[in-house]
Design a protein around this ligand. Structure first.
Ligand SMILES: *Cc1c(COP(=O)(O)O)cnc(C)c1O
Length: 341
């Protein structure tokens, strides 16, 4: 039995999801004729309380389109310094949107009005790029899945809008955040201009993300999806997996969180583990003792069929997901106990 904790993207479709995919009604989505894609888009827009949505191949693409449609070249985007849009999208913001970024420290990745305020540039000073977007990430992948509450989001959104700024949400794992806060997804649409959600992370679809946005932004989003090469044809086979995931895999996310918390607790007892970041959702990030290195630990784990990834100079990351069950949890804990450092 291989226990793969590298990412929540490693899941494979369940038999029931595959069944839904095989039975999907499809058409050419570039012509807007794929009924299953259209259903998925309508479903996502309604779910998040917005009026438009665009299905895309990846979360990187939905984020890149989101920023592209909210900015002009030479603008500046404010975000957390470890934000996925900045750190893990291949320099896309610079290449695709020709924008600079203003990076904030954040409190475990969560930025606040207090931090944003002094970082908004004076538009009358030609030296300074025009600040145009505040981008949040919920949950924050770089900070072990920490999350914002809706109240925190509301405060930032009200402040940003009062300053003429647009709001983008990288909600790759938004449903993980909602599982903890109990906030309603439908409320989120009020506070953002664009929201990216991933169907292929905790929700367990094989492919796909959705950019949910304001109606007036939809034509531009569709144009950019085409320009970025993301216009797909009979994509309904994939979209069906997304619909299935939204209908069946949101309510189980708490299970992933419980297993992640158990992993974090067990790790914190081990001599080769220096510290474990607080585990808020489905991501566990820990540092290994100075006497060892992530590579050495990962090699021992790999030899016992437990897979994880390095996530910093002394850090290792584990992510729980749909294909990680209690039997695997037990095995992972047993293997951790046998690691020598
Ligand atoms: C995974 C992820 C994305 C998108 O990733 P893709 O692999 O391009 O789908 C975006 N933001 C965050 C925070 C992520 O974890």
């Amino acid at each position: 039995m291989i226990v793969d904790l590298r990412s929540d993207t490693v899941t494979k479709p369940t038999p029931a999801m595959l069944q839904a995919m095989m039975q999907a009604e499809v058409g050419d989505d570039v012509f807007g004729e794929d009924p299953t894609v259209n259903n998925l888009e309508a479903k996502c827009a309604a779910l998040l309380g917005m009026d438009a949505a665009v299905y895309c191949p990846s979360g990187t693409m939905t984020n890149q389109i989101g920023i592209k449609i909210l900015t002009q070249p030479y603008n500046e985007v404010i975000c957390y310094k470890g934000a996925h849009i900045y750190k893990y999208e291949g320099g896309g913001l610079a290449g695709n949107s020709l924008v600079s970024v203003r990076l904030l420290e954040g409190d475990r990745g969560r930025i606040s009005v207090k931090e944003i305020e002094p970082n908004i540039n004076n538009t009358n000073d030609a030296h300074l790029p025009v600040t145009s977007v505040v981008a949040l990430e919920n949950t924050v992948v770089r900070e072990a899945g920490s999350y914002y509450t809706l109240d925190q989001v509301k405060a930032i959104s009200a402040f940003a809008r009062a300053h003429g700024l647009k709001m983008h949400l990288d909600g790759a794992r938004l449903f993980n955040a909602l599982a903890e806060t109990g906030d309603q997804a439908v409320e989120y649409g009020k506070y953002f201009d664009s929201i990216s959600i991933c169907l292929s992370k905790g929700l367990g679809a094989p492919v796909g993300s959705v950019l949910v946005c304001k109606k007036e932004l939809e034509p531009k989003a569709r144009r950019m999806r085409k320009a970025f090469g993301g216009g797909m044809r009979q994509a309904g086979f994939l979209a069906a997996a997304g619909i299935y995931a939204l209908d069946n895999h949101i309510t189980r996310l708490k299970e992933d969180h419980a297993r992640a918390k158990t992993l974090g607790k067990e790790l914190s007892k081990l001599p080769w583990v220096k510290s474990v970041m607080p585990v808020d959702t489905n991501i566990v990030i820990f540092s290994v003792a100075d006497s060892t290195t992530p590579e050495k630990v990962l090699a021992q784990l790999d030899g016992r069929q437990v897979k994880a990834i390095r996530f910093g100079p002394q850090e290792i990351r584990l992510v729980t997901h749909l294909d990680f069950d209690d039997r695997m949890l037990d095995k992972a804990i047993q293997v951790f106990k046998r690691i020598s450092a």
